[in-house]
Write a protein that binds this ligand. Sequence first.
Ligand code: F58
Length: 838
Amino acid sequence: SSQPLDLRLPTPGCYNDPERAGLDAKSVFDGMTEHLFFTLGKLAPTASRHDLYMALSYAVRDRLMMRYLATTEAMRAHPQKSVAYLSAEFLIGPQLNNNLLNLGIQQEAEAALRNFGIESLQQILDVEEEPGLGNGGLGRLAACYMESLASLKIPATGYGIRYEFGIFDQLIRDGWQVEITDKWLKGGWPWELPQPDEACFVGFGGRTESYIDDKGSYRSRWIPAEHAIGIPHDVPVLGYRVNICDRLRLWRADATESFDFYAFNIGDYYGAVEEKVGSETLSKVLYPNDGTDEGRRLRLKQQHFFVSCSLQDMLRSLDNRGLPVEDFPKYWTVQLNDTHPAIAVAELMRLLIDDRHMDWDKAWDITSRSVAYTNHTLLPEALEKWDLNLFSSLLPRHLELIYEINRRFLQQLRLRYPGNDAIQRKLSIIDEDGSKAVRMAHLATIGAHHVNGVAALHSDLVKTDLLPEFAELWPEKFTNVTNGVTPRRWVALANPELSTLLNEHIGEDWISNMENLRKLEERQNDQGFLEHWGNTKLSVKRKLASYIHRNTGVLVDPSTLFDVQVKRIHEYKRQHLNVLQVITQYLRIKNGQADGMAPRTVIFGGKAAPGYYMAKLIIRFINGIAETVNADPDMDGRLRVVFLPDYNVKLGEQVYPASDLSEQISTAGKEASGTGNMKFAMNGALTIGTLDGANVEIRELVGAENFFLFGKTVEEINDLKRSGYNPGAFINAMPELQEALRLIEMGHFSNGDSELFRPLLDNLTGHDPFFVMADFADYLRAQEAVSLAWTDRMHWNRMSLLNTARTGFFSSDRSIGEYCENIWNVGPLNVDITCDVR
Ligand code: F58
């Protein structure tokens, strides 16, 4: 008989075994070699760059796993409250460099790569495909928040959907946007761990029925007509230089086996296959809408799918640790990122009442103490409403529960406002004006203990314009958390040149405590330092110029003012206002009236929703102007216009650091916050902007003298609306604007085609819903102030420095700190790793 082998499991409590996951270059190299051989089946001499990317990523993932398991173990041994961030989108961007930075091993990785014949880490980073699991700001915010949660050591899970196809890739053909599918999974994505053992079932459709349970009580239950399975795919989210590692849990839809078998048994092979195909489409594709959203059945299914899986998962985690369901609010705080996950209010009630046999009051107490809701928009067309027929056919039991939530709420209203039927109709969850619909913002507001907007101005407007009666009813429920962005990705990673400068002069502490950038203010009058500051920006601009040349063929001069507008294309964001201003500059140059005008490179980037005609026409418009301007020798050295195709997180990382001027020019009251505005300012760009969203707070912090303000305020816009806005009156007062419009109309920017941009012109000269004409003159004036400021470069550099120094407030660490303190009531977890972490 053989002797038992002397095998050792990893030492309990030691998750940082240096032999298995050390952080020195040699260990990283060894890890890569192992993965090349055993995981990828490759030998080093024949490994491609993609192979090396995969090998390095797996080696890095091993190092995250140590911290991830330590975190899970700590939460099992000492349960404490955890954040569940529910979001239909997580726009996480490239993972490798962020994880290297947060582990502190960028240089070690570079050294390891040199042994494979790779000179710079960048060559490997370039290979990474980003998962585009979001449309824009909302999805990116969720990603920044996960990174800050981990960095602040707050235990958290981000719950979402693992879309097989994320936001489309954008090509530009003949000036038009063309969408192609994003195949982010095609080369294999090394950052996720599927956990099929933790799959959850979700029902759809069918009917409800009453029955008498074994204790003799009447109960309801749901008999769904179909099911899907959610398979969790976990992505570790490591904080900056900490031992805790949170997770993103993304659900992939699969078919239910039980149903397949049933169909096989009755010989309906085709039906079984159909069910499989049907449920897999649930997580197939991200809806590429930005704002306007017609009631799409599949989208509601997606929402219920990921919300139900996530809540079941939270309840199961209590069961697994032997914690009582009644303590749900003690161990979970559930944040709804907009109304997309708002069905959680009804689903948690259903799980507690139908599955756990809890009574209504107890279930409502638990639900309403656990859930909070963040609003991200005031645009009426973007407020989610579901047609009642659609809703009841898909979620009949949820509708019953919503009716009961609503009945109790309306009763409360009746007592508070006797005889006021109008207010009941206005606040009801069910919209009865026209065809009936479920108002998700009302469901979320009634079910949540807190409702917050995403910038000070926006949160005020939520209270005064969007939900005023709710705010009067529950004033303490409504609050503000101004958005933030992570300084790790958006400065430390994206702008290594600036980071080095900062580290040398004020130390590295700003990376985890961004208010420390204030120390820079001491240098604001130091000529040598300001020169250094300007040169640093210039060297980053050179890199972007080379990217532009490689990707668009346009040669741009890095010494010109880089004037940048990158964000989703939307009329309210007013890219067309920017273009009209460019045309004016073009005309001034043409007419020899351009003295004192700063030479500029005007850069645009952003995707349009595929069904949003006007947005797509704006892209065509930008490209039309770019073509005419860039081909005109009179413009040489004075004006260039560039449209960067396929704007995404990766490209954003190149753009923000290389910008001089940040265009934040939405119609006042329309942009809830903006987050790009923050990324620009912290990287030293000056803002030209309206008093909208977080622009207001940026201006207050950096100082009015370091910000180019223009445009009508929310009140002025409202006054214009009330008095019957007539864009013609503004146009008539501006001969230069008339000339610009006339040129467009003549086809000057469309090869003589006078029809191409007509819908745009008709829109602007007709009803001009976003007040482009009303703000044009003041915008032009502000742009002249920009030009003037650019002529005194030292002064410009000083303003730029002050923008960086004073925007530490916009770190997502500050935002998350406020959520923890004012909304979630959670604190940090101390993960005790017995072995030392370097
Ligand atoms: C954005 N919303 C806001 N929605 O427009 C922006 O002001 C804010 O800074 C940001 O949220 C973060 O708070 C946004 O990005 C979407 O992309 C939705 C996706 C789902 C369909 C409807 C639009």
